[in-house]
Design a protein around this ligand. Structure first.
Ligand SMILES: Nc1ncnc2c1ncn2[C@@H]1O[C@H](COP(=O)(O)OP(=O)(O)OP(=O)(O)O)[C@@H](O)[C@H]1O
Ligand SMILES: [Mg+2]
Length: 241
């Protein structure tokens, strides 16, 4: 569902992403880990089509994100690290807007939008302007918009920042549910505990280069040889030292 071939992104002389190659299959929950400034957000912005690569090729759902941007965008949903929502729409209007853009039939929108707002406990604010929503409420609204669309690929950039514990638990269950339905999840995160428990595969990027990839057990083996009993945190710190 996601194919990244030899992706490089330069900012002037600086290589933010350096010859990155990755493949993510349907139903996979891929955790993209790495220190601050490693190149995670840059990679996700390129996957989403909002930033152009310097070189290399990226396919989402089989569509080239540079040459077939509209087709790729129909397949994917992107939740950025800073939740952007239109301040002068209400929560309900925002979900209707997303529903219309992605051609979700009106009947389905009318049924599912209230259900989704209930699920994330933002129903009481459905008629309020989004400029009055807290960071966590905006994040929950964006996650609800992903559920409304049922995309085949979801890109999350640090999705749990700002969410309360109950919402984080709900979010984790949602990831498992959508992956069971075959959605490919690409998630940048610093929460190693969540990555260890939820992700079917991991990649660690450091200074733009992919330094490890595989299942949690495979990544642990890379750092500690035959001994797999170390925590992902210890392994991450060793590999990125
Ligand atoms: N628009 C830009 N112009 C110039 N440099 C940029 C730009 N965007 C990112 N960079 C640089 O590229 C590098 C990678 O940044 P990126 O945001 O991808 O890191 P990250 O892995 O997401 O970090 P964090 O964990 O802090 O979110 C950093 O050195 C950053 O300063
Ligand atoms: Mg980032």
């Amino acid at each position: 569902m996601i194919e990244i071939h030899n992706l490089t992104k330069n900012f002037g002389a600086y290589k933010a992403v350096d010859a990155l190659s990755l493949n993510i299959s349907p139903g996979e929950i891929f955790g993209f880990l790495g220190p601050n400034g490693a190149g995670k957000t840059t990679t996700v912005k390129i996957l989403s089509g909002i930033m152009k690569p310097t070189s290399g090729r990226v396919l989402v759902g089989g569509f080239d994100v540079v040459k077939q941007p509209l087709e790729a965008k129909k397949v994917l949903a992107y939740i950025p690290d800073e939740p952007f929502v239109y301040p002068k729409l209400t929560g309900f209007e925002f979900l209707r807007f997303i529903g219309d853009i992605y051609s979700i039939p009106y009947k389905e929108q009318r049924e599912r939008i209230p259900e989704l707002m209930d699920l994330f406990e933002i129903s009481a604010q459905s008629g309020e302007l989004l400029e009055s929503y807290s960071h966590g409420m905006k994040q929950k609204l964006l996650i609800a918009s992903v559920l409304l669309r049922k995309p085949r690929v979801v890109l999350f950039d640090e999705p749990t920042v700002g969410l309360d514990p109950k919402s984080i638990r709900r979010f984790k269950q949602l990831l498992l549910d959508i992956s069971k339905d075959g959605t490919a999840v690409f998630m940048c995160t610093h929460i190693l505990d969540m990555a260890e428990k939820l992700c079917t595969s991991l990649g660690i990027i450091s200074a733009g280069r992919l330094i490890a990839k595989g299942t949690v057990a495979e990544v642990k083996k890379l750092a500690s040889g035959a001994h797999c009993d170390r925590s992902l945190e210890e392994v991450f710190l060793e590999l990125t030292a």
